[in-house]
Design a protein around this ligand. Structure first.
Ligand code: FE
Length: 146
């Protein structure tokens, strides 16, 4: 992983909460990842690397390595962003009210590093009815081995 090499906070096993300043992240993260993760940007629909993938595996936070979603919970959404109906565990992510841009939305953040991942909506499929609408740039996919 290119990101992992230069990022001392990245770990697939350490779940300790991170408190890293944006100034520090800016030195570490690629510009497109920083823009979404720390400036709460959004990638253009239908441009991300994962919006239509359906390979079996796990999606990790591209900033810190925290496990976020299983491919089993990914579904084909017409919205143009990778969409999941549930997080891997309740602590994988956390939520914040987001009233910017004239909308009332719920922001989804990484449970370990607090990076912005996307938003959650209640128009998803069963069993949860939820749609985690994520940005590909802050996800990192690892296919199952076998
Ligand atoms: Fe993270």
């Amino acid at each position: 992983m290119a990101i992992e090499k230069h990022n001392p906070y990245y770990s697939r096993t350490d779940t300790t909460l991170l408190h890293v300043t944006d100034a520090e992240w800016k030195k570490i993260l690629p510009a497109d990842v920083y823009n979404i993760a720390r400036d709460k940007g959004t990638e253009y629909a239908f441009t991300g690397k994962y919006y239509k993938t359906d390979t079996k595996g796990t999606y990790y936070c591209a900033v810190c390595g925290n496990a976020l979603f299983k491919s089993d919970a990914k579904f084909a959404s017409s919205c143009g962003w990778p969409s999941f109906y549930e997080a891997l565990t309740p602590n994988s992510v956390r939520y914040e009210n987001d009233n910017t841009h004239g909308m009332r939305r719920t922001e989804v953040l990484c449970g370990r590093c607090d990076s912005h991942l996307g938003h959650i909506f209640d128009d998803g499929p069963k069993p949860t009815g939820q749609r985690f609408c994520m940005n590909s740039a802050v996800l990192e996919f690892e296919p199952d081995t076998k």
